[in-house]
Design a protein. Structure first.
Lengths: 243, 473
């Protein structure tokens, strides 16, 4: 059996893309202090689409657990859908992520209960590092959608008929542009604009650029202490002194 | 919207403020961390020059990657050793308590929290692990979070969260022989679907739930997420309090028990609480449930036929077809007699003492089938020690089981315990996803611990109620 490193190499060769270079483009938030993190507003995402069909696509399929033996998320992109893309001899299987025509796609169109299972943020991290900027689907598992939001990735929903039509269109138009207007809750493709749904809190967070909540919540440290003090089970020693 | 439920009350007590996103900022009473989902969060803190705000309310263990055979350091596998070292460094720097393997308190995060009394009614509990819902068995509001949220909790002691609806699931009646808490939750998921709980928190109630011990309640709450519900809970009662009394925290601080009890009582759902939905299930009707497919919702009673995909709702048909192809099962047949290569008795769902005791009762005086590799992986070092003192280890080993050290093990195949090729595994764990147990062609059949024991003996899926009596000489 080959090692994972060799496997990943073969995956790169096989797909003809270099996920590592994608990694470099990934939005990263680096600052010197907690208070001045600049969070981009995500009110509009556009790109060509890739259809990933099937209900209940779970996180073990998105990123098998054996690729999670890492202490950073760097380089996870190449392992997205690994077991669906490669057979035991590392030969390519039929999967949209293996198709040449979808190599530049950044909007995934999925069906129901996508991302069910584990809380592993490795799943959306792998998709993001592959190059996915947004997902359109019938429905998403909650933790997965929350993890996407924490990365600034919209998960917008529409009914199953709409999704099917969209998947067919993407199949027929692999280079066709999908435009997601997060604020207006619409998707425009092929000259047509359809209504989609964006969860209210997600929409606000993305549009107003408050999806990275650390700084936002840190600003309330005083109120947090007060809440903690009023809880009977929190011991005094556990509550930090005011800064 | 719900009113007067435990969920509403615990939420209100922990709400700091409403954020500009419309989400509430919730105070986190207990943050459990492990080696797989936390290192990246500590990395993010460093990048932002932030510190852990509430280290005393944070507790660490190592479970996912820990070897269950040879645990001497450094671990055989470099990646596992690196993850362990990283966790050690992170908790040391931040001053976080760590139940590491040398402490004798290590184990699966959802087993050790309750053991040590860290898990208490009315707490908000989070962990970077979807099975955090387990802790809801104590009347805590507990759910899994992603790594960016772990960063939030580490940095602020809080979490941005949207309030959900509450569905009461009332299970009345009595569980029959061979039927366990695991069967109740598999039945719930089967009926309501794997996404039926999205947007909901589940309150488990009714006489069948109330008569369960804490371990059974934990098994049920554990798999809430498999039904799409991020959290599930049981109102605290005398059974809960009896457990708490015996834990480290209340043994060391006995005065706290009386001090906190009024709070625990106060957060119980009111008798006239309002729910967004109520579902009832008759416990008397249940039989041992096994899965035939590749989602936890694809379950059937052991005597029931596997459904034909076209008989299922349209949106379930495609998944069912693919699942039946993967599992190589035919509609119309039952799962009885399905050949098994491996049995796994372990995981945060079913690796506590009573789980092992019930399985051992089945195993005693019998032998593991020649073609079966059978593993027992206790949920924690404490479970392991007690089981060894009670003689359970001997029972299992004499029958031909491997007795391992505590960890997540073959539930998700992140350590050396994995299925190989297309092996079929009768498993007491929580997920039968394709590839879940370490091999993409592996086949997982979820079931309760007694049923796992029966499968190990017979080498095939077996109705534990039909096992022949052991003839004693």
């Amino acid at each position: 059996m080959r090692s994972e490193a060799e496997r990943s190499e073969s995956s790169e060769q096989a797909s003809g893309r270099t996920p590592a270079s994608r990694d470099a483009e990934v939005r990263e938030i680096r600052t010197d202090g907690g208070d001045d993190v600049e969070i981009p507003e995500v009110d509009y995402v556009s790109g060509s689409g890739v259809p990933i069909r099937g209900n209940d696509i779970d996180t073990d399929q998105i990123i098998p657990a054996r690729f999670m033996k890492v202490v950073t998320f760097d380089g996870l992109g190449e392992f997205a859908f690994f077991d669906l893309r490669f057979d035991e001899n590392d030969d390519l299987k039929d999967h949209p992520f293996n198709e040449e025509r979808f190599q530049d796609s950044s909007v995934m169109v999925v069906n129901a209960n996508f991302g069910c299972g584990s809380s592993r943020e490795h799943a959306p991290q792998a998709l993001m590092r592959w190059g996915i900027d947004a997902l359109i689907g019938e429905s998403f598992a909650e933790i997965f959608a929350g993890n996407c939001l924490a990365l600034g990735i919209p998960t917008v929903t529409a009914d199953s008929e709409t999704i099917e039509e969209l998947q067919e269109w993407v199949d027929a138009n692999p280079d066709g542009e999908l435009e997601i207007d997060v604020e207006a809750e619409t998707v425009t493709y092929g000259g047509e604009t359809i209504d989609v749904t964006v969860d209210e809190a997600q929409r606000k967070a993305l549009v107003e650029g408050v999806w990275d909540t650390t700084a936002l919540m840190k600003a309330n440290a005083g109120e947090v202490r007060k809440t903690a003090e009023e809880l009977p089970y929190v011991e005094e020693s556990a509550i930090p002194e005011a800064e | 919207m719900s009113e007067g439920t435990l969920y509403d009350k615990v939420w209100d007590r922990h709400k700091v403020t409403t954020l500009p996103t419309g989400q509430d900022q919730l105070f986190v009473g207990l943050h459990l961390i492990h080696e797989v989902t936390s290192p990246q969060a500590f990395g993010m803190l460093r990048e932002r020059d932030l510190e852990v705000a509430y280290p005393e309310l944070t507790h660490a263990t190592v479970d996912h990657i820990v070897p269950t055979s040879d645990q001497s350091r450094p671990y055989d596998e470099d990646a596992a050793e690196e993850m362990m070292s990283e966790l050690e460094e992170n908790v040391r720097e931040a001053g976080i308590d760590f139940s590491d393997p040398t402490s004798g308190d290590q184990g699966i995060v959802h087993v050790i929290g309750p053991e040590q009394g860290l898990t208490q009614p009315g707490k908000t509990i989070v962990c970077g692990d979807s099975h955090t819902s387990t802790h809801g068995a104590f009347g805590a509001l507990a759910f899994g979070i992603g790594t960016s949220q772990i960063r939030d909790v580490l940095a602020t002691g809080t979490l941005a969260f949207e309030k959900q609806k509450v569905r009461k699931i009332e299970v009345d009646g009595e569980l029959g022989e061979g039927v366990e808490a695991k069967d109740v939750i598999l039945e719930i998921i089967r009926r309501l679907g794997t996404e039926g709980g999205v947007g909901y928190v589940y309150e488990y109630a009714g006489s069948a739930i109330e008569s369960l011990g804490m371990e059974g309640r934990m098994s049920i709450c554990n798999m809430s997420i498999e039904g799409g519900a991020r959290a599930g809970y049981v109102n605290p009662d005398e059974t809960t309090y009896e457990w708490l009394k015996e834990t480290d925290y209340f043994q060391e601080n006995p005065e706290k028990f009386d001090e906190l009890k009024p709070y625990w009582e106060s957060i119980r759902s009111d008798s006239d609480a309002e729910y967004d939905d109520v579902v009832t299930i008759d416990a008397d009707e249940l039989e041992p449930v096994v899965t035939w497919g590749t989602t936890p919702g694809q379950g059937i009673g052991i005597t029931e036929p596997i459904p034909a995909p076209e008989e299922l709702p349209e949106d379930k048909q495609d998944t069912a077809r693919r699942a039946q192809e993967h599992m190589r099962v035919e509609p119309g047949e039952t799962m009885e007699g399905y050949e098994i290569d491996v049995t796994f008795l372990g995981s945060c769902t079913n690796a506590r003492l009573p789980d092992l005791r019930r399985a051992a009762e089945i195993v005693e005086g019998r032998q593991v089938h020649d073609d079966v590799r059978a593993l027992v992986v206790p949920g924690s070092q404490r479970v392991q020690r007690t089981a060894e003192e009670e003689g359970l280890k001997d029972v299992f080993e004499e029958a031909g089981f491997e007795w391992r050290n505590a960890g997540c093990s073959m539930c998700l195949g992140m350590n050396e315990d994995q299925l190989e090729g297309d092996e079929a595994c009768a498993s007491s764990s929580n997920r039968n996803f394709v590839g879940r147990q370490g091999s993409k062609d592996g086949r997982t059949i979820l079931m309760n611990p007694q049923m796992v024991a029966a499968a190990a003996i017979e080498g095939e899926v077996t109705d534990v109620r039909d096992l022949k009596e052991v003839t004693t000489v």
